[in-house]
Design a protein around this ligand. Sequence first.
Ligand code: SAM
Ligand code: SF4
Length: 337
Amino acid sequence: MSVAPRTDGVLVDRYGRVARDLRVSLTDKCNLRCTYCMPAEGLPWLAGPELLSDDEVVRLVRVAVERLDVTEVRFTGGEPLIRPGLLDIVGAVAALEPRPRISITTNGIGLDRLAPALRTAGLDRVNVSLDTLDPARFTQLTRRPRLDAVLAGLAGAAAAGLTPVKINSVLMRGVNDDEAPALLRFAVDHGYQLRIIEQMPLDAQHGWDRGTMVTAEEILASLRTRFDLSPDPTERGAAPAETWLVDGGPARVGVIASVTRPFCGDCDRTRLTADGQVRACLFATEESDLRAALRGGADDDELARRWRTAMWGKRAGHGIDDPTFLQPTRPMSAIGG
Ligand code: SAM
Ligand code: SF4
C-alpha cells in the first residue's frame, strides 16, 4: 500500500478506493422541511458571500473532471432547483471534456417547468425524493402541502427524457412505514425506479434513533407482501442500492441499506459543499477548504492537489454502529445528500 497521496491523476484513498462520483451541493436552502432532514423553522443558511459563485462551482467541477478523472457529477442540496444559476452551471459542466454524466437529486418542485431546459442544457437524469403518496402524510412529513407539485415534477422529468427517473423514499416508523408496496406499485406503473433508503443520523435536530429506524430487512419483507422480488443479475459495482427484479422484471427496486448493510468498502464518492468544502464522506468530521484556496489564488494544480490530500484521509467506514460514532456537525441539507 502506498503511504502518501498521489501527486497526479485520480482521487484515491489509503484503502485503494477511487472516487469518480462527485456530489455537488448547490445550496443549503430548501422549499420543504422534511422532518428527517430539517427543523420546521429551517436552519441558519449560509450567507451569500460564503456560497461558491456559479463560476467557482464550474471551476471546481472542471478541476475534478479534467485533473481528477471524475466521471459522474450529481447536483444536490438543499434543493438544487432553487439555485438561480442552475441551468448555466449544468450547461457549463456538460461542455467539459471528457463530458461527465450529469444528474440531479431534487424534491421535484418546479421540475415540470424546468425539465425541458435542464435536458437541453445537458442534464442526463434525475432522482426525485418522494416518501408518500398520501397528501395529508406528505404535508405532515415535509411540512408543506406540495404533493401535487412533486408528482407533476416526476411526470415532467419523464416527458423531457431525463430517464431513468428514480424515486428516493425514506420510511419513518409510524409515519409512512406501511407505504413501501404502494410506492413500488406507483413507480412500476409509471416507469420510475424506486429506491428506498434507510434513514441516517444526518438530521439537524439529532432525532435519529437506531432502534426505531425502518431497516432494509423490514422494507424487503413489506415489499414481498405484494411483490415477488428476485436477485438482480446486473453488476452492482459502486452503486449504493442493492436491487431486485420486481415480479420477474424488467422493473427493479433498490434498497439503500446505509446503516444495516454499509457499502463503504465500495464507495466511489467525493463531495463538495455549497461553500466549497471537500468532504470525503457524508459522515466525515473533517473538511478541506477549497473555497479559501481558490479565492486565495490557487491554480488548478494546487486545487487538485488539495482535493487528493482530502480524499487520501477518507476513513474506512462511517462507523454508525461504533459506540464512538459522532454525527457530523453539518446536517444532510448542508452537506448535500
Ligand atoms: N432536496 C433534495 C431532495 O430532497 O431530493 C436534495 C437534497 S436531500 C438532502 C437528498 C436526499 O437525502 C433525499 O432523497 C432525502 O430523502 C435524503 N435524506 C435527507 N435526510 C435523510 C436522512 N436523515 N436519512 C436518509 N436520507 C435522507
Ligand atoms: Fe429539503 Fe431534500 Fe431536506 Fe427534504 S430532504 S428538507 S427536500 S433538502
